[in-house]
Design a protein around this ligand. Structure first.
Ligand SMILES: Cc1ncc(COP(=O)(O)O)c(C=O)c1O
Length: 394
């Protein structure tokens, strides 16, 4: 008889990497997620977080979370629908709607749930989702949960998107979904062309701005704002787990659509709401995002510095246009050893392998913070150069 668990003992690749001492995942960090972290008692430069503005260490954000615990306790013990909506959640939603220049917003407990709940609530059996091939896993899972059909287009290829749109029965509702910034390679969506095509084919457009809010645009509203097209994007989703220095997520759009999602999204209705400390931290981070554009400036200065350094060393950094900069290695085993070399040299990065990236495109994902110093980045570049040369990557 077949044993359902038989496959579990046969998961070879991670076990091999562990046995060889180059396993790059689930590393316990013993300090705050700042520009430097402490791992196994060693201080390292952190180039693998999503803490773009460095706000997890900001005293105002920490104090807001502490005050919320004192006032509301440690959790809500219920879903938004029943007993889990605090005045704090509504305040956060109103502030986010105003910030994103949309009529309303809805807060979920994670960014992952935001995409799951939003997509599966909106897309019915008579609708079609048109998806960039490289969108985040939470969007793919949201599509799997929806009753509609899903078709994909080649990553960032607008001619292929048009080819797909041409083949869809005009009687079907269409939702185009893309990431604003792609989380592994740091390239960005072609919003002007997406808007042109969505209008031409009567579709709706949703952009996941998880890695772009707080980072792109004059006001930090994301890639849609950066292109001056915020009004043309029907739905924006994002997370608090990156620039907002917390956890949670939100969707922003028109009043009717948000009202519908609020009453139909199972990931919202059947899951406990965002804890008070997380909501308060996100609110405090929003204040800073709105009022301290100089942080964004510093993040971009650091991004240009590292990008320039990596290019001079001739690392292959793909089409990155954001504070996420990949070092594309290709082969997974070579990548694991490169990651280990950087780690041993005192630089923490993320190793990205399939399915997060295409199987032949394993890469080191680096990401910048506004709070990195030039000394820290210079040190990281030296370690990258030495390791890359020693391992024949340069
Ligand atoms: C593009 C994108 N969307 C959604 C998510 C999910 O966000 P969260 O960490 O809040 O669940 C992530 C985070 O990994 C992401 O990169």
């Amino acid at each position: 008889m077949a044993d359902l668990f038989a496959k579990c003992g046969m998961l070879i690749k991670p076990r091999q990497a562990e046995a060889m001492g180059c396993y790059p995942f689930f590393i316990p960090i013993g300090s705050e997620a700042g520009p430097e972290v402490i791992i196994q008692g060693r201080r390292m430069v952190m180039l693998g977080s999503n803490n773009y503005l460095g706000l997890t260490q900001d005293p105002r954000v920490k104090e807001a979370a502490q005050r919320a615990i004192a006032k509301y306790g440690s959790g809500c013990t219920g879903s938004r629908l029943m007993n889990g909506t605090l005045d704090l959640h509504r305040e956060l939603e109103q502030r986010l709607a105003h910030f994103m220049r949309k009529e309303d917003a809805l807060v979920f407990t994670t960014g992952f749930q935001t995409n799951l709940g939003t997509i599966s609530a909106l897309v019915g059996r008579h609708d079609t989702i048109v998806l960039d091939r490289s969108v985040h896993a939470s969007i793919i899972d949201g599509c799997r949960l929806s009753l509609g059909e899903t078709v994909r287009f080649k990553h960032n290829d607008m001619a292929d998107l048009e080819r797909v749109l041409q083949g869809i029965d005009p009687k079907r509702g269409i939702l185009i979904i893309v990431d604003g910034v792609y989380s592994m390679e740091g390239d960005i969506a072609n919003v002007p062309e997406l808007v042109r095509l969505k209008k031409k084919y009567g579709a709706r457009l949703m952009i996941d701005e998880a890695h772009a809010v707080g980072v792109f645009g004059e006001g930090g509203r994301g890639v849609a704002e950066y292109f001056g097209l915020l009004d043309e994007v029907d739905l924006i989703t994002a997370t608090f787990s990156k620039s907002f220095a917390s956890i949670g997520g939100f969707v922003a759009g028109s009043k009717d659509v948000i009202y519908y999602i609020r009453h139909m999204a199972r990931a919202l209705l059947f899951s406990a709401s965002l804890p008070p400390a997380s909501a308060a931290a996100a609110l405090a981070a929003l204040d800073i995002i709105e009022n301290e554009p100089e942080r964004r400036e510093r993040l971009w200065e650091n991004t240009r510095f590292l990008q320039r350094g990596l290019k001079e060393l001739r690392f292959s950094t793909g089409n990155s246009e954001s504070p996420i900069i990949p070092l594309i290695v290709g082969d997974e085993m070579r990548l694991a050893w490169f990651w280990k070399g950087l780690f041993d040299g005192g630089v923490f990065t993320n190793a990205a392998v399939s399915p997060a990236v295409e199987p032949d495109r394993a890469l080191i994902r680096t990401s910048l913070m506004a709070t990195h110093t030039v000394d820290q980045l210079t040190y990281a570049l030296e370690v990258m150069e030495a390791t890359g040369k020693r391992q024949g990557l340069l």
